[in-house]
Design a protein around this ligand. Structure first.
Ligand SMILES: Cc1cc2nc3c(=O)[nH]c(=O)nc-3n(C[C@H](O)[C@H](O)[C@H](O)COP(=O)(O)OP(=O)(O)OC[C@H]3O[C@@H](n4cnc5c(N)ncnc54)[C@H](O)[C@@H]3O)c2cc1C
Length: 418
């Protein structure tokens, strides 16, 4: 990584692409573009990058993601997967979803899906540190940590990102990967459709009496999905990451419980499938809002990841969708660059939007539908969901189709994910 001291006066630097936000999505995109030879700037407000050598791996960190096999292929393409798997990833081969208020249930297995695994649960810190190890050392990558964006301006043949330390970064393509509350998206004047999900995610880590056996479990009670995501610490399979999406009032109650009482509430809601549950971390809380930007692209400007869309975590798709945005945008941009076209021109960026918006919109709509179906106490809907889940569980071709969707095998995959 090349890094620079802040200049005393305004300075101009020219790139092929400027990416703002070095989370998992922005860093993956930077790796794809710089890896192909584009001069790429990566701007991040955090002071320093997470590095794999300095990660404290003695404890589990609370923020995790279920990564699909397609995301795994992208991370392998970027060279990050070996460091991730030698640090800590937990494969899951089974998934159980059931209705805690009825008889409906659906079980999935990797064998039925015809894949080695259904996915991996990985701490976000591990994914990001492994990406940083590969991406920040690319010679065509210039990283700027500890700086924020002050303004976004139109420039000749592109856009300028003005940093608060007065540096000006010019490029034919500027990408906002700065997360759900994207400042760059606001500076570009792109509106967002927001829908509060009327739920908060209560997140913590637990140790269970019984081993998880490589199974991701999710139970719906009163429209509140409680997920037990399997984690392994030095080969010990008794750990799980918890995501309990629930009303703000119930989240307040859960937060007020002692660790012992919280563990009991979780064990009981999970029908004691993993025996006694011991809470080993504090409770973290995230308000859940689904957002979808009205457009992902303007001239010389694009949105990716949570800057473009945020989704209910019940199907564990958020970062997987973001990584696909990065892979498809890189596909289109690198193709345009190699044939000498302007990489920020509208035609290039529109192709990216046409490939990504329908997939993201369908997933957002599906999550909204799930929430309505499982949140309903109407007898007809309760019966329908219980019959529906059990019927799907018996219908092998339909189940295979759902599994292909859940594992990310949807539509025309970008080159880096094939
Ligand atoms: C409870 C919960 C559970 C989840 N579980 C899953 C799951 O199982 N599977 C899954 O796929 N997804 C999951 N998600 C979603 C996933 O965490 C997000 O989709 C993902 O982290 C988004 O990545 P990103 O890189 O787009 O954004 P972020 O991770 O938000 O990264 C944005 C980066 O931009 C930087 N930044 C912000 N503003 C500026 C600025 N002005 N200038 C410079 N830098 C800036 C930030 O510091 C940050 O580094 C979950 C989300 C929640 C809340």
């Amino acid at each position: 990584m090349q890094s620079q001291q802040a200049p005393s006066n305004t300075s101009f630097e020219q790139f092929d692409a400027v990416i703002v936000g070095a989370g998992m999505v922005g860093t993956a995109l930077a790796g794809l573009l710089a890896g192909a030879g584009l001069r790429t700037a990566l701007v991040e407000s955090r002071v320093a990058p997470l590095m794999i050598e300095t990660l404290d791996t003695s404890t589990l960190t609370p923020r995790v993601s279920a990564l699909t096999p397609v995301s795994q292929r992208l991370l392998t393409h970027l060279g990050a997967w070996p460091a991730m798997s030698s640090t800590r990833v937990t494969p899951y081969r089974y998934m159980q979803v059931w209705d805690g208020e009825g008889s409906g249930h659906i079980d999935f297995s990797a064998d039925e899906a015809g894949t080695a695994v259904l996915g991996h649960i990985v701490e976000n810190s591990v994914t990001l540190a492994a990406l940083n190890q590969k991406v920040l050392t690319l010679p065509t990558l210039q990283a700027y940590y500890g700086v924020e964006v002050a303004a976004l301006q139109t420039a000749s043949k592109g856009r300028s990102v003005i940093l608060k330390d007065r540096r000006e970064l010019n490029a034919p393509l500027v990408v906002a990967a700065d997360g759900a509350r994207s400042a760059l998206r606001a500076l570009a004047g792109i509106e967002v459709a927001e829908q509060a999900m009327e739920q908060d995610a209560v997140v913590t880590t637990v140790r269970c009496e019984k081993p998880h056996g490589g199974c991701a479990r999710q139970v719906f009670v009163d429209g509140r999905p409680l997920a037990f995501l399997p984690l392994s610490l030095e080969g010990d399979e008794h750990y799980c990451s918890i995501v309990w999406s629930t009303s703000a009032r119930h989240a307040d109650t859960l937060e007020g419980l002692s660790n012992e009482a919280l563990g009991e509430a979780m064990a009981e809601t999970l029908d004691h499938r993993l025996g006694r549950v011991e809470v080993i971390d504090r409770v973290h809380r995230f308000p859940l809002i689904q957002r979808h930007a009205k457009t992902y692209t303007l001239d010389h400007f694009a949105l990716v990841g949570d800057a473009a869309h945020t989704i209910h975590p019940l199907a564990g798709q958020g970062v997987n969708l973001g990584l696909m945005d990065a892979a498809v945008l890189a596909d289109e941009v690198i193709h345009a660059w190699r044939r000498g076209a302007s990489i920020g021109e509208r035609a290039t960026l529109s192709r990216f939007e046409r490939r990504r918006r329908p997939d993201n919109a369908a997933m957002l709509a599906l999550m909204k539908g799930f929430k309505t179906l499982f949140g309903s106490r109407q007898p007809a809907l309760t019966l329908a969901r219980n019959l529906g889940m059990s019927a799907v569980s018996q219908a092998v071709p339909l189940k295979r189709l759902i599994m292909r969707q859940a594992t990310g095998e949807r539509g025309r995959l970008p080159r880096s994910c094939r």
